[in-house]
Design a protein around this ligand. Sequence first.
Ligand code: MF3
Ligand code: CO
Ligand code: CO
Length: 268
Amino acid sequence: MAISINKADDIAKMRIAGKLASEVLDYITPFVVQGVTTDKLDKLCHDYIVNVQNAIPAPLNYAPDGHTPYPKSICTSVNHQICHGVPSDKVLKNGDAVNIDITVIKDGYHGDTSRMFHVGEVSIQAKRLSEITYQAMWLGINKVKPGATLGDVGYAIQAFTEKNGYSVVREFCGHGIGKKFHEDPQVLHYGRPNSGVKLVEGMIFTIEPMINAGKRDIKHMPDGWTVVTKDRSLSAQWEHTILVTSTGYEVLTVSAGTPATPENLQSL
Ligand code: MF3
Ligand code: CO
Ligand code: CO
């Protein structure tokens, strides 16, 4: 499959979809507290996307090859869950670290973003893992410009992650995104500098590293979706949708509540 090169009118629509996805995370933030179920978070987000944003929650009934249709509108991955955690009657408790991953479709275009949330007081280890993962995502984003490669992006993420004693999940990656949820290219969160796809102005893809505190190995749960760390160590993830511009990058998944870009990115 060829990699889409987006023109001004596609980009304008992707900006809108990206902003809406990020605004769902802003909206849900005050609800991510002790005692709430992940099902409740799913329902709140679903209703907000459908009724307030007049958009479509992309995960609902999403059925890539080899998968049963995804049964919910968002992904909630708690503690040792790496990604694609399916909302349920599970009650969030003090100390839980939760990734909420939102993808909306607006006017035929997808916006995809996720953040980490901390329920009450979380451990120092969970905080550090979330911070390192956030910085790793940003180090990858910072490599994006025409002429750079996806290997440069993956290497930046992997080198920083491993220097900090953590591991990069290999089985899942970022992805091209636009009219389809998942398109080429695959954006690996590991790699070698100066290798892989060369970036061109107009490409749009996600960067979404999944970082484990322990070993990188994964396990699939019997629900057919939820992915966990094999050693049950904590895992964290952050995700943005990124446009390659003439001079570098533009983050498309931005809204009033988007967390700040880390300072001193160069020196990390
Ligand atoms: N939002 C996820 C991603 O970043 C994909 C979720 S697929 C689902 O690519 F079906 F689990 F929702
Ligand atoms: Co994604
Ligand atoms: Co996502």
